[in-house]
Write a protein that binds this ligand. Sequence first.
Ligand SMILES: CC(C)(COP(=O)(O)OP(=O)(O)OC[C@H]1O[C@@H](n2cnc3c(N)ncnc32)[C@H](O)[C@@H]1OP(=O)(O)O)[C@@H](O)C(=O)NCCC(=O)NCCS
Length: 207
Amino acid sequence: MSAPPKTVLVADAAEAARIREAVRGVDVATLGDNRVIAAPQHAETLTRLLADPAVSGPIYDLPWPLTCERIGCWIETCEAERRAGEGVLALTLDDAGEAAGYLKFTVWPERSSAEVGGAVRADRQNSGNSAVGAARMFNWIFETFGVRLMGLTADTNNVRSIRMIDRAGFARAGERDCIRPDGSARRSIYWEMDRDAWRRRRTDART
Ligand SMILES: CC(C)(COP(=O)(O)OP(=O)(O)OC[C@H]1O[C@@H](n2cnc3c(N)ncnc32)[C@H](O)[C@@H]1OP(=O)(O)O)[C@@H](O)C(=O)NCCC(=O)NCCS
């Protein structure tokens, strides 16, 4: 279960409505080529992607066990979240139409906050370039959904993820327990970034 950031922001009704509308109407192609919102016809390819422990092993909030039926239900749940303006499940498809990665955005409009989790297929891991793609994605989240705060977590042993998030500039804010669907806890490093600090960072990097 995703949990909202430790820092509690309060959005007024207008801001929350704007965020919900942005999530409902999101065009994930603006994040990159071959991005699509997950739909029922993607259940099989997403199941194949997640069958690899190198992809799904570090992720705490997947609907284990990862059968095609359960992945199909997860896609439906995520689509209901999108219609409610509270989340999006996006896939990257390769030239053969196979899922080569996924991103799950969770949004809390009343708190003007978001979180993202995801993975890329094993043949696209160890790119040595993930921080650049991650920074572009974090920017997209702030500017597309209009949220003012992001929280992120990574398993304390997930060295690549930790390095990627640190390098993107997020500030560590202690640890937290992420709760898996079976109720067990995963100890995680926790980061936050607010939008103003993010924009200042980008401006400073350009000057
Ligand atoms: C997390 C993920 C997206 C990162 O993408 P990637 O292309 O594999 O990452 P990179 O090759 O850019 O490596 C990230 C950083 O870790 C470093 N790194 C890689 N292996 C390392 C190791 N064994 N020890 C220390 N650092 C290591 C890299 O040098 C890089 O740092 P740098 O940018 O300073 O050079 C990808 O590995 C993935 O999908 N993993 C499975 C799912 C997952 O963990 N998702 C995140 C859940 S929060």
